[in-house]
Design a protein around this ligand. Structure first.
Ligand code: OAD
Length: 248
């Protein structure tokens, strides 16, 4: 199917759906200036994920891992929501989207105005002390300290999910409910290679939903779990779809 045909088909599918949910990945924030992980120039080209993103590495040498975390924090705090984030927020405001399940920790959906955001991999905006359990907002902590520390002296950990850690149970439960309860899932800007997030679209299918994927390139879901794949930039495709379905 050519892209024009695929776009019309997506508009038709979304128009017909009653309960649309979205699953987003790093690709939705690329047009906000936040690099993804596995694309060209992605974060995992610069940092070996097993050296920097595994919980064992953090525990062994938090100061080293904080070099990457600080860089991510600078990028994310400079970034603003792009038209894709804003269009999803508009879709929710107009009653067409029930929830966004995001693998991103950048808070850009919330800053765009989305209310029901399920942070599957946590958030960079909060930190917790692994020793005493005290929680901090990002603005309460001196991130230039090497590493940032809790009042008890322990290195603080941002509330992001490292490899080797469990998905926050409430986020997992809400994501499962959302996937099983939707009748159409938009899967935007994820390579769908990191489980269990990569299994969420298949769960939606099991609940009877259709899956429409938006990505620059084919992924693990293309031609398998996805009923339809739109190849393009999220910041262009999502606003187009929302306006075509809901009007200006
Ligand atoms: P990836 O970097 O694996 O995939 C990003 C996807 O977005 C790729 O498929 C790109 O083709 C696509 N993409 C890039 N720019 C785009 C654009 N402008 N419009 C549409 N699509 C675009 O990121 P994720 O799938 O989110 O987890 O990665 C999943 C998890 O792996 C992350 O949450 C993180 C990482 O390790 C943890 O750290 C636990």
């Amino acid at each position: 199917m050519d892209q024009t045909g695929a776009l019309s088909r997506a508009v038709e599918m979304i128009g017909r759906a009653d309960r649309v949910a979205a699953l987003t990945g790093a690709g939705i924030s690329v047009e906000s200036g936040v690099p993804d992980f596995r694309g060209a120039g992605g974060l995992w080209e610069k940092y070996d994920p097993f050296e920097y993103a595994h919980i064992d590495s953090f525990q062994a040498d938090p100061a080293k891992v904080w070099h990457m975390l600080r860089e991510m924090d600078r990028i994310v705090t400079r970034a603003d929501p792009n038209p894709a984030h804003l269009a999803l927020a508009e879709m929710e405001r107009r009653g067409k989207l029930t929830a966004v399940i995001t693998q991103n920790v950048d808070s850009l959906h919330q800053r765009a105005g989305s209310q029901n955001v399920i942070e599957f991999h946590g958030s960079h905006a909060r930190l917790t002390c692994p020793e005493c359990g005290r929680g901090y907002g990002r603005e309460e902590v001196d991130l230039d300290a090497d590493p940032p520390r809790c009042g008890c002296g322990q290195a603080l950990k941002p509330d992001v999910v490292f490899f080797g850690e469990a998905i926050p149970p409430s986020a997992l439960e809400l994501a499962v409910q959302t996937a099983l309860g939707c009748d159409l899932m938009l899967v935007i800007g994820t390579s769908a290679v990191v489980a269990p997030a990569s299994m969420v679209p298949a769960l939606a299918v099991r609940g009877g939903a259709k899956v429409v994927e938006i990505n620059l390139e084919p992924t693990e879901l293309t031609g398998r779990v996805a009923d339809l794949t739109l190849l393009g930039r999220a910041g262009e495709v999502i606003p187009y779809l929302v306006e075509a379905v809901l009007g200006p």
